[in-house]
Design a protein around this ligand. Structure first.
Ligand code: HMG
Ligand code: MG
Length: 303
């Protein structure tokens, strides 16, 4: 039986480069470059671009200019520009600059959550409750992230039951979509597919996304396995930028260019102009003083 996903299906790419990609950069990236990055990404047709984070600037100094960035970007009609918020302070800051979609984030591992947001999983969910309530009243969409779904840098193995529980809670609280993050990129396809199926038994597949990092080079294989299960929303970062500052050893996100090449090769639709995106990835890499981390970005430049 052919298990590959149906051609012509639409896959929504959630571009996380400006946030997940840049948050781990040691050298401060100029605000103007962040704005240019988002504006360039907007022109590629990406449907959702996570623009920045309204977290504590003491924890993530790189994104201390969140308000300036968000105010300066040119928002393309039809494109979503979600931002990360860890608490009500973040929500207030985001709303003050006109954000209309936010993302809350927690983890399936207690140890990771403590390092990342200084709270237990249950405490973090309680912190989100007022954010979700206010967002519902304000007509703001809320996405939810569950990190460390296939392993934790501090705890090691993460039981699938913990991933399912946290995803179910976020969905029940009102998150319209739950992104399942392999924060340290340790997963392999069967584990990824089994984890996804277990979550999909409790949360509709149409309300789930996958978020892979490529530490062990498994991200595209994991995405294909999840497409076969039926996932149609994939997070990725242009030029494979990124990593989480609170996840030791985590490498970059899977590169958006590579994911889109895979999807278009399968005959699936994304609405994204791959050449323009690859050019943007190379532009970003040059601003960061390195080669693009996208294999497709390199291949297209050489073609
Ligand atoms: P805390 O130190 O426990 O909390 O931090 P606090 O409430 O005591 O706040 C400390 C200071 O920050 C106070 O200021 C607050 O006012 C201020 P002070 O009194 O010391 O001057 N503060 C804020 N300032 C601006 N915006 C805010 C805010 N909140 C408090 N929103 C806190 C707790 C959650 C704030 C902190 O731990 C934090 O900001 N963590 C964010 C860490 C982060 O961004 N990590 C990376 C993103 S997650 C990720 O990458 C994974 C993901 O990509 C999925 C995956 O890959 O798996 C999503
Ligand atoms: Mg991430």
């Amino acid at each position: 039986m052919d298990t590959l996903p149906a051609p012509a299906d639409f896959v929504r790419i959630v571009e996380v480069g400006p946030r997940d990609g840049l948050q781990n950069e040691k050298t401060l990236v100029a605000t103007a470059d962040k704005v240019e990055l988002i504006d360039r990404l907007s022109r590629t047709g990406l449907p959702s671009i996570e623009a920045t984070s309204f977290v504590s600037p003491k924890w993530v100094p790189q994104l201390a200019d969140a308000a300036e960035v968000f105010t300066a970007i040119q928002r393309r009609p039809g494109t979503a520009y979600p931002v990360l918020v860890p608490n009500e302070t973040g929500y207030d800051r985001a709303r003050a600059v006109g954000v209309d979609e936010v993302a809350v984030f927690t983890a399936a591992s207690e140890a990771f959550n403590r390092k990342n947001i200084n709270a237990s999983i249950d405490e973090s969910i309680e912190r989100f409750r007022p954010v979700l309530e206010r967002a519902a009243a304000d007509g703001i969409k809320v996405r939810g992230y569950v990190s460390t779904v296939l392993g934790c840098p501090y705890q090691g193995d993460v039981p699938v039951a913990d991933v399912v529980r946290v995803a179910r809670q976020l969905h029940a609280m009102g998150c319209y979509e739950i992104s399942l993050g392999d924060t340290i990129g340790i997963g392999t396809p069967r584990k990824a597919a089994d984890m996804l199926k277990a979550v999909a038994a409790e949360v509709p597949l149409s309300a789930l996304a996958v978020h892979f990092h490529d530490t062990y080079g498994q991200a595209l294989a994991n995405i294909l396995a999840c497409l076969e299960v039926g996932i149609r929303v994939v997070d990725s970062a242009v030029s494979g930028a990124g990593g989480c500052p609170y996840a030791k050893g985590a490498s970059g996100n899977v590169a958006s260019e590579d994911v889109i090449y895979l999807l278009h090769g399968l005959g699936m639709r994304t609405g994204v102009d791959l050449d323009l995106l690859a050019e943007t990835g190379r532009w970003l890499a040059s601003r960061l003083g390195r080669e693009t981390g996208s294999r497709v970005g390199k291949a297209l430049a050489a073609a």
